[in-house]
Design a protein around this ligand. Structure first.
Ligand code: FAD
Length: 116
């Protein structure tokens, strides 16, 4: 049972890292196609998240707080908020979303630019 909890937590940490990093790289001014893409990604993330009880629980949170895809800052703030809803339900500390700025830096080269 402890093993299962450890694996569930590892999956959660890896998933949140990817989730928030995607938001941090989302355009400031997304076009319609980019908005649809993020909306779809979130929908499928919720639907396909491999921990069934987590997915079911997260679906209720996302139903209550619909995804915000209008800009990078809106998407990042939304993701921070829904992660905090999960944190609260698990009795964890709430993350200060004002500090999310450069927290999720992927170390990627900007599109179309040379690596420095
Ligand atoms: P995590 O919550 O994994 O966070 C990782 C790191 O992200 C933190 O160390 C911190 O640096 C940063 N962080 C924390 N809060 C925020 C925030 N609000 N915004 C941005 N960054 C933040 N586990 C269960 O036991 N039951 C569940 O029902 C459940 N549902 C889940 C649903 C989803 C969609 C996901 C992705 C995970 C779920 N988990 C669930 C796993 C759980 O959320 C944690 O990932 C796991 O317990 C490990 O917690 P942690 O304390 O290491 O930090």
């Amino acid at each position: 049972k402890l093993g299962n909890e450890t694996l569930k937590a590892e999956l959660g940490r890896a998933s949140w890292k990817l989730f928030h990093t995607i938001m941090a790289r989302y355009p400031d001014a997304p076009d319609a196609d980019e908005r649809t893409a993020l909306q779809s990604y979130i929908h499928l993330f919720v639907r396909l998240y491999p921990c069934g009880e987590c997915a079911e629980h997260f679906r209720l949170i996302v139903d209550k707080f619909p995804p915000q895809v209008s800009s990078r800052s809106a998407a990042a703030a939304w993701a921070c908020h829904v992660h905090n809803e999960v944190n609260k339900s698990l009795g964890k500390d709430v993350f200060d979303c004002a500090n999310i700025g450069d927290f999720y830096d992927c170390g990627c080269v900007e599109d179309g630019k040379e690596a420095v």
